[in-house]
Write a protein that binds this ligand. Sequence first.
Ligand SMILES: O=C(CO)[C@H](O)[C@H](O)COP(=O)(O)O
Length: 236
Amino acid sequence: MSQAADPVKVVKQEVGKAAADRVRSHSIVGLGTGSTTAYAVQFIGDRLKRGELEDVVGIPTSFQAEVLAKQYGIPLATLDAVERIDVAIDGADEVDPQKNLIKGGGAAHTREKVVDAAAESFVVVVDSGKLVSRLGESFLLPVEVIPMALAPVTRAIANLGGTAELRMGVKKAGPVITDQGNLVLDVKFDQIADPGELERALNNIPGVLENGLFVGVADIVLVGEIVDGQPRVREF
Ligand SMILES: O=C(CO)[C@H](O)[C@H](O)COP(=O)(O)O
């Protein structure tokens, strides 16, 4: 019995392919984290294999990105070995009309921000379900915290009006541990009126490593959606 293709998967594939098609030969590419970016990594690898692309080097934003890049044959480098990143491709959990983002659904936002912000061009890949009119509408804000600072950071976040919940592992007892060995708080704010101000305020709390607000970092957002039953990718 044939099964209908999962529309979310189809859309993620299309938008991942659209991003991979923008990669040029002789370029250094930031490789983001998450299920949508995973398709972009796969399609970059396919283009390299077909000889359509040559001399592409990836800068991974996570252990996941590193594993996928190796699987799909993309040579890797670290930030100290390159002088520039031409383009970064990464997913997001929410995107507002100003192209500000919430990221960190995969607990990788700290390295993602380093790589995405360093890129000449940062291309975001999302399905249309990630578009919101205001950040924080549908997704809790991830904040990476060093373990010994968990209690004071939780109190300081409460003073900023946020309710923090420690992210717990799935198929793992205990909390999620980031690639840096830290914890993640998922924080509910009633509203995020000024994302840039909140980004700075959170990062100013001693013990916070980085939060998932990406303000003024994205250049291009590729949005995958189904229109008249067909997958389509648009840019804004
Ligand atoms: O920020 C991220 C990881 O930290 C991801 O890019 C974000 O969670 C989106 O992932 P997906 O494409 O699987 O929805």
